[in-house]
Ligand binder design. Structure first.
Ligand SMILES: O=P(O)(O)OC[C@H]1O[C@H](OP(=O)(O)OP(=O)(O)O)[C@H](O)[C@@H]1O
Ligand SMILES: Nc1ncnc2[nH]cnc12
Length: 179
């Protein structure tokens, strides 16, 4: 791996036993705090996208920071996939399980023009429960999912493999094994 890659990886802080015992929490906030780290992360993720994208679908909450910056850099729009109960208009929702609990995501029913090319973005993929629920919402809203991008992948938790099995093109910048 390149020095730049190792420098980005070193900016992610690991906090053991958060939010539950046994979880190694990979904290992206320390990477976002670093100006060169933030710029390097967004530039590398944008460079990993090949085809045209109309909308970035960013996942509440840490995904908003990464997805918003990518959308601006790519000249795409930004679709906010929110935790349920936060959006003011008519919504569709999906329940899901993640590494440390369960939750419900929602999106406005009219968030997306039919057939719009949508790239899913989040800070991290672990079990993939969150990303699979978000992918279902994009498709139910009428979008065409063209791929998914994550800053951090925890491959041992199987989420990236699950997305690939579902036919989604997945790339991530940094991997942490042994979780
Ligand atoms: O692949 P999974 O096992 O589903 O886990 C990944 C999700 O977990 C984290 O979000 P969290 O729900 O903690 O919300 P937050 O961004 O609001 O902190 C992370 O930002 C991903 O969205
Ligand atoms: N280990 C982990 N670290 C940070 N965010 C997460 N979301 C799910 N699992 C996580």
């Amino acid at each position: 791996m390149s020095q730049a890659h190792d420098e980005l990886r070193d900016l992610v802080r690991t906090i053991p036993d958060f939010p539950n015992p046994g979880i190694q929490f990979r904290d992206v906030t320390t990477l976002l705090l670093d100006p060169a780290g933030l710029r390097g992360t967004i530039d590398a993720l944008v460079a990993s996208v090949d085809g045209p994208v109309d909308l970035i679908a960013a996942i509440d909450a840490r995904g908003f920071a990464v997805g918003g910056a990518m959308a601006t850099a790519m000249g795409a729009g930004l679709m906010l996939i929110r935790k349920d109960g936060k959006l003011p208009g008519a919504t569709i929702a999906e329940d899901y399980a993640l590494e440390y609990g369960t939750d419900r995501l929602a999106v406005h029913v009219d968030a997306c023009a039919p057939g719009a090319r949508v790239l899913l973005v989040d800070d991290l993929i672990a079990t993939g429960g969150t990303a699979m629920a978000a992918a279902r919402l994009v498709e139910r809203a009428g979008g065409r999912l063209v791929g998914a991008r994550f800053v951090i992948n925890l491959p041992d938790l199987g989420g990236s493999a699950k997305l690939r099995e579902a036919g989604i093109e997945v790339r991530s910048l940094l991997e942490f094994e042994g979780d």
